[in-house]
Each structure stands twice: as structure tokens, then as C-alpha cells.
Design a binder for this molecule. Structure first.
Ligand code: PMP
Length: 354
């Protein structure tokens, strides 16, 4: 081996869901919102032109931070923004998971956590979900270097109640506990109300799902002013201008349009509840998802086969070829029309395949 090769930081990267080149597909594979962003976002986009591109952006993204703080009912000093919650989470791993003890997260969860831990040489231990794919609070009672989990969990969609989150916090008062609420707006209750009592809690959210802005890359963390200062110190030691000015302006418009946010998330929740009924009729079972996706397994037909035949039809869903979940499909909730196309195809396929 060449000498320098031993010094390379070799990593196995995260593999994002496919973004098909064809425009005519029904895209139910990366948990995007099927509805466009708020009309206020479109209006601001028309007004701003290219001017925000010429100058460096506001490194503090003050406007956006203030709009988020207002929406969340916290002080702007409690908000940290980044390029999608992936950026925010990576900064959190870098800043707070700096112990010799292992960081704990579930065995079935957002598959970026182990990638960041590996890249940053952070030891970790995955705690198995139970048979019903639920997080078990007492598994998080051992000595650790920090705790992170999504709520609702991904890709299962299972939601923990605030009592269980508080139980996990009580068992972990000496480490940072991160609750990744990427999907909380689709039926869960945010745990930001616990911030006043738990100074070690960080709540992470995103504009990618419930605000229809996955392509703009906007995410944020809410925590105590002290933890946000530590995060900013690391950010400014890495790259002062993580967020571009267009994202700051459009994200602010999205954050301010509370009525549109309520309207679109209610539509997705209604479509999801209907999807539970339709997919059950077709022989699928799943945990009772409170996210904008269902994690479903079929009573007879292997998930890998369904994934392939759906793709042939131009219906993209997500399949993870991993232990415990290789017979499941993660199906993002689309519009009613998109979901109807999915049921139509499945009705025919499930019957004729016998
Ligand atoms: N957390 C979870 C649980 C997710 O599923 C995702 C979406 N892939 C993210 C965070 C990151 O989303 P984004 O970077 O678009 O905010």
C-alpha cells in the first residue's frame, strides 16, 4: 500500500434515496411533501431575483432564526439553523458526541447516524427495537456518551409519547439527548416543552417534510442558549456561511405562513389514515405510523419483488436490504391521486400473482 493511503479518512457513505431522471414517476421514496411550498414562498422568490446571490449571506441567518423562534415560542438565542437537518445533526455529532463512551441509538433508525459516528470516529452502540419496532426506554439506561433517536422513528413511523421521552431524559441526565423530530408535524407532539426542564435536550426539526422545502435544505435545532452557543462555535470553526441567502429568505416566508402549513399537513395526515385502511385491505401490515410514510410488509409477497414491480410501473418506494427490515417497504404519503394509482396497481398485482 502507498504510504499516504493509510492516512486517508476512509468512510462508507450514506446512500440517499433515488432521485429519478424521469419526470412522470410517482415518487413515494424519499418522504418529500407532495404539495408545493407556501404561495408566500413563490411570491418572495419572484421578488428577490438574483440580488441575494451577489453578496455573502447573513452568517447568523437572523431573519430565519427569528421566524423559527417566533413559530416555536422560544428565544432566537435558542435556535441554530443549518443546511437541512442533516447538516444540523452532523454539527451536533461533532460538537456533543465527544466521549470515549458509546453513543446510543436504535438498531433500526435513520441510517445516517452510524455513518456520522463512523466518519467522526465516535463509538456507538445500537439498541434493538422490540418486536413491534418500538424503542424500549430501559435500553437507554446504561452508561453512554449521548443518546439520539428520531420521533417518530424512521423508517418505522412509530411515535413515542412525551412520557417515554421524559423517561429516557431522566435516565440520561449526564449526557446530551437529541430528539430528531423530522416527522413530528404529521401527528406527534413536539418535545420542545421539555426544554425548560432538561438543559441537556436538543430538538432537531426540518423544513424538508412539513414545509415542502427539501430542495432548499433548511433544518434547525432548538436547545438551551448555552448548547446553541457551543454549536455556533463549532459551525463558525467550520464554515460561517452554511445557509445561502435565498434559502434564508424563502425559509422565512415558509415559517411565517402558519395557515398553509396547517392545511397541507392536515391533508397528508388524512391521506395517510386512508392509506392505512387501503393497504390493510390489500394484505399489508405496518406499525401505526404518525409520520408521512408507512413502513409496510405484505403477508405473502416479498418486499424486494414489490419494490421492483412498482418501479417498473414508475411508482418509486424505498426498500432497505438490511437485517430485520428486508421484507418491508417504506411508502411516502403522496397526494390522494398518487396513492390511488398505487392502490390500483396493487389491487391488480396482488390478485393476479397468486
Ligand atoms: N432525520 C430523519 C429521521 C430523516 O429521515 C431525514 C430525511 N432523510 C433527516 C433527518 C434529514 O432531512 P433534511 O436534511 O432534509 O432536513
Amino acid at each position: 500500500m502507498r504510504e499516504w493511503e493509510s492516512n486517508i479518512r476512509k468512510v462508507t457513505p450514506y446512500v440517499p434515496g433515488e432521485q429519478p431522471k424521469r419526470a412522470d414517476v410517482i415518487k413515494l421514496n424519499t418522504n418529500e411533501n407532495p404539495y408545493p411550498p407556501s404561495p408566500k414562498v413563490a411570491e418572495v422568490l419572484r421578488q428577490i431575483g438574483t440580488e441575494p446571490m451577489r453578496k455573502y449571506p447573513d452568517p447568523e441567518a437572523r431573519m430565519l432564526v427569528e421566524a423559527i423562534a417566533h413559530e416555536e415560542g422560544v428565544s432566537p438565542a435558542q435556535v441554530f439553523v443549518g443546511v437541512g437537518s442533516d447538516d444540523v445533526l452532523a454539527m451536533i455529532f461533532l460538537t456533543f458526541f465527544n466521549s470515549q463512551k458509546p453513543v446510543f441509538f436504535p438498531d433500526i433508525t435513520y441510517s445516517f447516524y452510524d455513518v456520522w459516528a463512523d466518519m467522526l470516529r465516535i463509538p456507538y452502540e445500537q439498541q434493538p427495537l422490540n418486536e413491534a419496532f418500538e424503542i424500549v426506554a430501559r435500553d437507554y439506561d446504561k452508561e453512554n456518551g449521548g443518546v439520539i433517536f428520531p420521533n417518530p422513528n424512521a423508517p418505522t413511523g412509530s411515535l413515542l409519547g412525551l412520557d417515554v421521552i421524559e423517561d429516557i431524559l431522566n435516565r440520561n441526565q449526564d449526557v446530551i439527548v437529541v430528539v430528531d423530530e423530522a416527522y413530528i408535524d404529521f401527528g406527534g407532539k413536539t418535545c420542545t416543552g421539555l426544554l425548560a426542564r432538561y438543559e441537556n435536550l436538543i430538538v432537531v426539526k426540518t423544513f424538508s417534510k412539513s414545509r415542502s422545502l427539501a430542495g432548499m435544505r433548511i433544518g434547525y435545532a432548538i436547545a438551551s442558549e448555552e448548547l446553541i452557543r457551543y454549536l455556533n462555535d463549532v459551525k463558525y470553526s467550520f464554515n460561517s456561511y452554511t445557509m445561502n441567502q435565498t434559502a434564508i429568505l424563502l425559509g422565512t416566508a415558509a415559517a411565517e405562513d402558519h395557515a398553509y402549513f396547517e392545511e397541507t399537513r392536515a391533508k397528508i395526515i388524512a391521506t395517510r389514515e386512508n392509506a392505512k385502511t387501503e393497504l390493510k385491505k390489500l394484505g399489508f401490515s405496518f406499525a401505526d405510523s404518525q409520520a408521512n410514510f408507512l413502513f409496510a410488509t405484505h403477508e405473502r409477497i416479498p418486499a424486494a419483488e414489490l419494490f421492483a414491480v412498482l418501479k417498473e410501473q414508475g411508482i418509486y418506494v424505498r426498500y432497505f436490504n438490511k437485517p430485520r427490515i428486508d421484507n418491508y417497504l417504506r411508502i411516502t404519503i403522496g397526494t390522494d391521486e398518487e396513492m390511488e394509482r398505487l392502490y390500483e396497481f396493487l389491487r391488480e398485482y396482488v390478485v393476479t400473482r397468486e
